[in-house]
Structures are given as structure tokens and as C-alpha cells.
Write a protein that binds this ligand. Structure first.
Ligand SMILES: Cc1cc2nc3c(=O)[nH]c(=O)nc-3n(C[C@H](O)[C@H](O)[C@H](O)COP(=O)(O)O)c2cc1C
Length: 323
């Protein structure tokens, strides 16, 4: 049995560690790549302080990319997330670094961009396309624009939730049926071999996981947060509206206040302001202040019972998979 994801990316096991802003770094990405999957760097990977300067942000990424290369000779990806609706000052310097450093794969989030995809192709870069709001239409458009792999993300995921409340079981076959020839990966709530097998049964050819790798030995998420996630299950997670649509978090003073505001009818904009963007994600998840920050994880936490190495996580996810 041949697997197209492995062939396209040049990896052994069809598992991608999705980018997760501050919580990703060279150590995590390289550990997943060395385990036979593919690791990714998200915005501010490896950093602890905010850089507002777009050039400085891109140079920080260059340094992190070089660290990945010290730790692995396997493929890895860098996240490209063009800003929607306002001038995009961060993407041009980031692309320059991606091209100069010969990054092999981009994990692209946003609306399909045929011109940018063509540029990636010219540089020999593979494109993993993931929409925040997956639909048959944007999957088809991504395929036409030249995406190599399309990720279908369900509402079970951690991080920025889709506006359309469709679970992973609903969205994956919808996207698989919508595309013509492009392999699809499933994302959202996938943390064990049962979910990996189910994703393949739904027509996906691999899995794209965030939360499972946050709970690895190599992840830089704060230890007290890892312990709190181990003790929790999906039913403990709070869900609230925000910008652009929804988020979920473990309980804490900020998360509880957001739920109360939501129930009291606050607007998504008011909720977004209170939530405080990625600064409060960093506070909650990297610094471990679960009262004043928030802790965004996916529904797969119910099936995570220990902190393991990335190698053990990839091996466990794929234990019934053979090429
Ligand atoms: C804390 C957190 C931060 C995230 N940040 C990003 C990001 O910076 N860029 C991105 O494309 N996706 C981001 N995601 C989404 C992940 O890449 C991945 O699609 C998602 O975690 C999959 O769902 P799972 O957590 O249930 O496995 C984030 C997810 C989490 C949990």
C-alpha cells in the first residue's frame, strides 16, 4: 500500500504536527520529523517576547529554522498565514526567509492564493493547505491553485475554531468528496490510534494534530498546564464565542469570565478584546498562568493519559498503519 502523503512530503508516517504559535519551536518540530512524521513552526516559534517589527519576526523565524536543521535532516514546515482584511506586513519578509532558507513545506492557512502558490512551486516548496473554515468550495479552489495536500479541520480541534460547527467526522468526508485528486488529511480531536484509523476510514490519508503534540515531552507548554490537561477531558472544556468565531479553554478566571460574557450577550468583538489574542494564549499555555491567560486544546484530550515523547506519539497514532 502506498501513501500519497508520505510520498509528497518525503516522510515515513502520514502525521503532521500542526503549527501552534508560541508553543512550537525547533525542538518540537524536529522531534516530530525525526519520529517519521513532519513538524511545523508557527508564528513566534521558539520566542518568549513579542516582536512587533515584521523584519525582526521573520529573522527570529530564520534562526528557528536553522535550529531545526541542526536537529534533523528531515522535512519540516513553516506556517504562512496571510492577514485577511488589512495590509499584510508580516508575510512578505516571512516569505523571503522561507525562500532563502529553502524551507521544504509550507502549512498555509487562509483563502487559497493562486499567485502565492505558484511562487511556492517555483521554489520547489510543497503546499499543505488548511482553511480555518473548511468548505468544498475552498478545498476545490485550493486544489485548482496547486495545493499538494488539503487539511480538513473539524470543530473538535484546539486553537481558532471554525465558524461552522461541523465535527471532524462530518467535515472530513465532505472535503474528501469535494476534491478531485488531492490527498486530504484530517485535523481536530485526533490523539490516538483509533482516531487515526477512523480518519483513514473516512477517506483521509493522514492526520494533522496539534493538541497531541502539546502534550509531548518535547513540547514547551508549561508543566502545570500539561498536568491540568492530563487531569481533564473534553467535557471540562469551556466553549465561548470570540473573533473570528469560537474558542475553547480549560476553566480559569479569564475563561470563566468569557463564558459569562458570552451568556450575557456580549458581541464577538467585545469577547475578542477581553480574550486578549495570542498574548493571553502565551500567558496561559507557555507561562502557565491559567487564571489570567487561557488554555486552548482540542477534544482529543480525553484520550491523552500520559506525557510521552513525540516518537511514542507518532508510533502510537500509526500503530495499525503500514505502507
Ligand atoms: C494552542 C494552539 C495554537 C494554534 N496555533 C496555530 C497557528 O499558529 N497556526 C495554525 O495554522 N494553526 C494553529 N493551531 C491549529 C493546529 O495547527 C491544528 O490544526 C489543530 O491543533 C488540530 O486540532 P487538535 O488540537 O485537536 O489536534 C493551533 C492549535 C492550538 C491547540
Amino acid at each position: 500500500m502506498s501513501n500519497r502523503i508520505c510520498e509528497i512530503l518525503g516522510i515515513d508516517k502520514p502525521v503532521i504536527q500542526g503549527p501552534m504559535v508560541w508553543l512550537t519551536d525547533a525542538r518540537l518540530a524536529a522531534a516530530v520529523s525525526n519520529a517519521g512524521g513532519m513538524g511545523s513552526l508557527g508564528p513566534n516559534a521558539g520566542q518568549t517576547v513579542v516582536t512587533r517589527d515584521p523584519e525582526g519576526t521573520a529573522e527570529n523565524m530564520r534562526a528557528e529554522i536553522r535550529k531545526v536543521r541542526e536537529l534533523t535532516d528531515k522535512p519540516f514546515s513553516v506556517n504562512v498565514l496571510p492577514t485577511q482584511g488589512r495590509e499584510d506586513i508580516y508575510t512578505p519578509p516571512m516569505l523571503k526567509v522561507i525562500y532563502e532558507e529553502k524551507v521544504p513545506v509550507v502549512t498555509f492557512v487562509g483563502e487559497p492564493d493562486a499567485a502565492m502558490f505558484a511562487e511556492f512551486k517555483e521554489h520547489g516548496i510543497k503546499i499543505v493547505y488548511r482553511s480555518l473554515n473548511p468548505s468544498p468550495e475552498n478545498a476545490k479552489a485550493a486544489e485548482e491553485a496547486g495545493a499538494d495536500i488539503i487539511v480538513a479541520t473539524g470543530f473538535d480541534e484546539g486553537g481558532t475554531l471554525p465558524g461552522m460547527v461541523l465535527g471532524t467526522f462530518s467535515i472530513v468526508p465532505l472535503i474528501v468528496d469535494a476534491v478531485d485528486h488531492t490527498p486530504v488529511m484530517a485535523a481536530g480531536g485526533i490523539a490516538d490510534a483509533r482516531a487515526f484509523d477512523a480518519a483513514l476510514a473516512l477517506g483521509a490519508e493522514g492526520v494533522y494534530c496539534g493538541t497531541a503534540f502539546l502534550m509531548s515531552e518535547e513540547s514547551r507548554m508549561a508543566d502545570n498546564v500539561k498536568q491540568a490537561v492530563l487531569a481533564a477531558n473534553a467535557r471540562d472544556l469551556l466553549l465561548f464565542r470570540t473573533i473570528p468565531a469560537y474558542y475553547r479553554s480549560l476553566p480559569g478566571r479569564l475563561a470563566n469570565a468569557l463564558v459569562a460574557m458570552d451568556q450575557a450577550g456580549a458581541s464577538n468583538e467585545e469577547l475578542g478584546r477581553k480574550m486578549g489574542g495570542f498574548a493571553n494564549l502565551r500567558l496561559g499555555m507557555l507561562e502557565g498562568d491559567m487564571e489570567n491567560g487561557y488554555v486552548s486544546v482540542g477534544n482529543g484530550i480525553s484520550h491523552i493519559h500520559e506525557i510521552k515523547s513525540c516518537q511514542a506519539i507518532v508510533d502510537d497514532l500509526t500503530k495499525h498503519f503500514s505502507l
